[in-house]
Design a protein around this ligand. Structure first.
Ligand code: ADP
Ligand code: MG
Length: 306
């Protein structure tokens, strides 16, 4: 059997079944693993950017360095933790050294902005460029917010707008003019640490949007054993007019935060202004949309590697 028949998440499940996590740590399945030590816990994630899959050689290496670290920090945000340390593994073609210098310029800039220290890594030659980052963050023990703990009745909330990154990707691909704002959202995303930390103590579950709004809502649903009802008119869609709203919900790489928040905090949440309330957590499975007063089941969509 080929990997494609299993799918990306089927493959991850197959690997997961081979390991019994006896340490009591939270392992495979969330944005980060959670390793409690004393009064704190360390959260850890690893993500690769692969030439030909995530970027092409004509990308600005400085922006690539920014994005590589930013999308990793986004997984720390998804746990409502504070980013701290990184390891950088470079598998490289024989590139111009200036290309790497610019990549590191971008990486350093984001590291400084978010207080991340580079503590190590690895360097090898390769037939395509692969940039692999391990990121570690810190939290007080028990305070990291998982995907698996959403409760029926919670508000489903999202930071920022949905779909601007996909609009940027589309604009680059089809050379659409006047789309600089969206291209910026795609090439230079901001990890939503501030927004995630602002709802710590209020949020029951969180994820960052890498695969797409619908698919990432479905990850929370599946792992929490719940459903979600989302109001079409409440979704903060991107204002780009050259892609469809369906593409915005499925496109991915928004790196916004989806948070399920106890409804007793509704007034505080609205006052803080970081999140839009788009729906609620219900009994059931998967995401349903309410559109023109009608409930409709949405097919899962979004980025899958296989
Ligand atoms: P994210 O989109 O937040 O980066 P992924 O979809 O990449 O998360 O991964 C989902 C979960 O599966 C994570 O907990 C990740 O650590 C785990 N995972 C992915 N690939 C592997 C693998 N090859 N071996 C073990 N765990 C994996
Ligand atoms: Mg994630």
């Amino acid at each position: 059997m080929k990997i494609k028949q299993l799918g990306e998440f089927g493959l991850i499940d197959r690997i997961k079944r081979r390991f019994d996590v006896s340490s009591g740590f939270v392992g495979i399945g969330d944005d980060c693993a959670i390793l409690p030590f004393g009064n704190s816990e360390i959260v850890v994630s690893v993500d690769a950017l692969v030439e030909g899959v995530h970027f092409f050689l004509d990308v600005d290496p400085y922006l690539l360095g920014r994005k590589a670290l930013s999308v990793n920090i986004s997984d720390i945000a998804a746990m409502a933790a504070v980013p701290r340390w990184a390891f950088l593994s470079l598998s490289l073609r024989d590139m111009e050294v200036e290309w790497i210098d610019h990549f590191i310029d971008g990486f350093c800039e984001v590291a400084d902005e978010f207080g991340v220290e580079l503590l190590g890594g690895d360097t090898t030659s390769s037939s395509v460029n692969v940039l692999n980052i391990t990121i570690m963050g810190e939290n007080k023990r028990g305070e990291s917010v998982k995907r698996s703990t959403a409760k029926v009745g919670d508000l489903v909330c999202v930071s920022g707008r949905i779909g601007c990154s996909y609009a940027g990707f589309f604009a680059l691909k089809y050379n659409i003019k006047g789309a600089d704002r969206y291209i910026e959202a795609h090439l230079n995303p901001t990890p939503r640490i501030e927004e995630a930390l602002s709802v710590k103590g209020m949020a029951t579950a969180m994820i960052d949007i890498s695969d797409g709004f619908i698919q990432d809502c479905n990850h929370i649903c599946k792992q929490s054993g719940v459903g979600m009802v989302v109001e079409w008119d409440s979704i903060p869609f991107c204002d780009a007019d050259f892609i469809t709203k369906h593409e915005m919900l499925c496109g991915g790489e928004d790196y916004q935060i989806i948070a399920c928040i106890d409804r007793k905090y509704k007034d505080r949440l609205i006052e803080m202004g970081h999140f839009s309330i788009v729906g609620e957590v219900v009994e059931g499975m998967g995401v349903e949309l309410i559109r023109d007063g009608k409930r409709e089941k949405v097919d899962d969509c979004g980025y899958k590697h296989f």
